[in-house]
Ligand binder design. Structure first.
Ligand code: FEO
Ligand code: CA
Ligand code: CA
Length: 659
């Protein structure tokens, strides 16, 4: 069977004009004259400080307090040069060691990776493809021993399978010429793809200063697109979740497109299902009851051939299967026999991640971005309280609570609007007969409430030290000048921005907060870009396309990016350390960069900041790459071996905290 993929699946996600469609009339036309650009939109850092060279640590010359006062970064590392080449680069004085590659053993009896003879059976026992979210759960309170939980978001067939892709040519305007890239899919290849999706739990231990997987680890586990899961919360058992294979509407096979995620305060792992639409093919007729909702979610995306071999991914045969994806999946990594649970109370959207914080009243708050142009920012507040003394008591906290969507106003306030059946427009006559319908059609419910259409909301991360919440907005080339508003202040927003939300009185469950723009991204030396990095930021220090982020133990922000290579910024993606406090606010420094074609995912610190785990996703995905002729063979540079997505462990030489 053949399918025609003229770009990689993820490129299609980026490129498709109307993947999911937000046809609501929610305002994007801000009051342009009065629009509220960030009060700190362009911070005038000291020019004298800017004269400090790009590779000289300011902290080598002055104290941290002096640096803050002078408006320079307090991150104590020598910034690396931005650029593009075949390898990764990390700041001087740090080691970036490859911990786990696609195909590496996860169990003692895993087979050796053999690209010429890969099978689904082998892949089920090996590290999956395209590592994205990385979480670290210490075991026995140790900083040098723990569980690593890693999402495997999607697959790049053209880089995984020998003789699969035939290279055509794509012209500058995106047209195919002289043939196309065509892969000949078989059920065997689809099964390998399904086994390469999902996630991995693996015990890791530091031995002689270097992290290693513990292949005998009793909690080691692979989760895939075929793993049995249950569905809980308001939508469980609803007719719209019932299929021929599951007349109960409570059991589903697998999880897909697991992008970012989270580790809960009770040490379960959340896997966010993002671009689930791409796995479905086939059609339903326009008069089908699911037609409108499927369209709002961009289903079918037709990016994979799975529907050719599995009826459940063909809408014409199983129209309800798509309703069983787009959720946050909770996994107990401490119990390898536990059944993962899709928690429908958190809504159905293209979930980027699910980062959380325990509120001062004990309730737990989860922040979620819906990664699509013109989609929304959400938070979920549990009804019950976190019990730090009884893990079992927390295991169903995610089934009851209130889901809110954000409405950002030009006066700097944000209202969190509850998605509760029967309140406001969420009535039976508007199509929301039950809370099940509200959560299954979360996007439509948020449309009805008048949420603010954002520029691709990705990771949303609370900072427990400061009470601020950071929202990564990757970009939105489709926003027209007449559609700008204060929270999305640039038309044709190619480089994205970061919004900082302040939760009132550190009350993360608050329904009224304030916000401002922390950074408008892009090259600040190009006036029309309108970027707002501080003037202390060097030519290496700016970035575009913020995607994920992490907060270190000092409460400082680290941002990873997706798309700098593709947007010809003269740099690959990487991790930048971003100052958010004092006069240095808005100053950014490049710490690590990925090889050509890769995206930077998974920033995750150990609790003591001694290790920084990063996920290098889709290395070599630049131009029209093939298994035989990739632009890099990172990380091992062996003849015949394609590039391999890998998790990297960064430590300081001689020990100590990162920066
Ligand atoms: Fe999978 Fe929104 O990145
Ligand atoms: Ca992402
Ligand atoms: Ca994060």
């Amino acid at each position: 069977m053949k399918t025609t993929l003229h770009q990689t699946p993820q490129d299609l996600v980026e490129a498709k004009e109307d993947y999911g469609q937000n046809c609501s009339a929610n305002p994007t036309m801000g009051d342009i004259i009065n629009r509220r650009f960030s009060r700190r939109g362009f911070i005038g850092g000291s020019l004298a400080v800017a004269a400090i060279g790009a590779t000289v640590s300011p902290l080598a010359l002055i104290s941290a307090d002096q640096a803050k006062a002078a408006g320079v970064s307090t991150f104590d590392f020598e910034e690396i040069e931005a650029g593009v080449d075949e390898n990764h680069h990390v700041a001087k004085g740090y080691d970036a060691d490859i911990l786990l590659r696609w195909g590496d053993k996860v169990f003692a009896d895993s087979p050796e990776f053999d690209t010429a003879n890969q099978s689904a059976e082998s892949q089920l026992k090996q590290f999956g493809y395209n590592n994205d979210y990385v979480g670290f759960i210490p075991l026995d309170g140790a900083a040098d021993h723990g569980l690593l939980v890693v999402n495997h978001e999607y697959t790049n067939a053209e880089l995984m399978f020998p003789n699969w892709a035939k290279v055509g040519k794509i012209t500058e305007d995106g047209k195919e010429e002289n043939g196309v890239i065509k892969g000949e899919y078989t059920k065997d290849l689809v099964d390998i793809e399904m086994a390469a999706h999902g996630g991995t739990v693996v015990e890791i231990r530091k031995v002689d200063g270097k992290w290693q997987p513990v292949l005998e680890g009793k909690m080691n586990r692979r989760i895939t697109a075929m793993t049995e899961m249950t569905i809980s919360g308001p939508a469980a058992g609803h007719d719209r979740l019932k299929t021929m294979a599951d007349p109960t509407g409570t059991k589903v096979l697998g999880t897909i497109n697991n992008c970012a995620g989270g580790v809960t305060p009770w040490n379960t792992w959340l896997m966010a299902e993002e671009n689930f639409n791409g796995y479905f093919s086939g059609k339903v007729k326009e008069d089908h009851p699911e037609f409108k909702a499927l369209k709002r979610y961009g289903v079918p995306g037709d990016d994979y051939a799975w529907g050719q071999f599995y009826d459940r991914f063909d809408l014409s045969k199983e129209p309800n299967e798509a309703n069983r994806f787009g959720w946050v999946v909770e996994v107990d990594p401490m119990d390898p026999t536990s059944v993962p649970v899709k928690r429908t109370a958190l809504g159905r959207l293209k979930h980027e991640g699910a980062e959380s914080i325990v509120n001062k009243d004990g309730r737990v708050v989860f922040y979620c971005g819906d990664d699509e142009r013109f989609d929304y920012v959400y938070k979920f507040v549990t009804t019950g309280k976190f019990n730090p003394d009884d893990r079992a008591a927390n295991m169903n906290l995610l089934d009851e609570g209130t889901l809110y969507v954000a409405k950002f106003s030009d006066d700097g306030s944000v209202d969190w609007l509850p998605l509760i059946q029967g309140q406001g427009p969420l009535t039976a006559e508007n199509g929301f007969a039950s809370q099940a319908n509200v959560v299954i059609n979360t996007r439509l419910a948020a449309d009805a409430l008048g949420a603010t259409k954002m520029d691709r909301p990705e990771d949303v991360q609370p900072n427990p030290k400061t009470g601020k919440v950071y929202c990564m907005l990757t970009n939105n080339s489709k926003r027209k000048d007449e559609q700008v508003d204060a929270a999305n202040p640039r038309g044709k927003n190619l480089f994205g921005h970061i919004i900082e939300i302040t939760e009132t009185d550190m009350d993360f469950a608050s329904t009224k907060s304030t916000w401002e723009v922390l950074l408008k991204c892009g090259d600040p030396s190009v006036a029309e870009v309108g970027a707002s990095f501080s003037t202390a930021t060097t030519k290496n220090g700016w970035f575009g396309m913020p995607d994920n982020c992490a907060i270190d133990a000092n409460g400082r922000l680290w941002v990873s990016t997706d798309g700098n290579n593709k947007k010809a910024t003269g740099r690959t993606d990487g991790v930048w350390a971003v100052e958010t406090e004092g006069e240095a606010r808005g100053t950014s420094k490049l710490f690590f960069r990925v090889p050509i074609g890769a995206e930077m995912c998974g920033p995750c610190f150990t609790p003591d900041d001694s290790t920084f785990f990063l996920a290098v996703q889709h290395p070599g995905d630049a131009g029209l790459p093939t298994f035989e002729n990739p632009p890099t063979r990172w990380p091992d540079f062996k003849d015949g071996m394609p590039p391999r997505p890998s998790v990297v462990a960064i430590t300081k030489q001689g020990g100590g905290k990162i920066a």
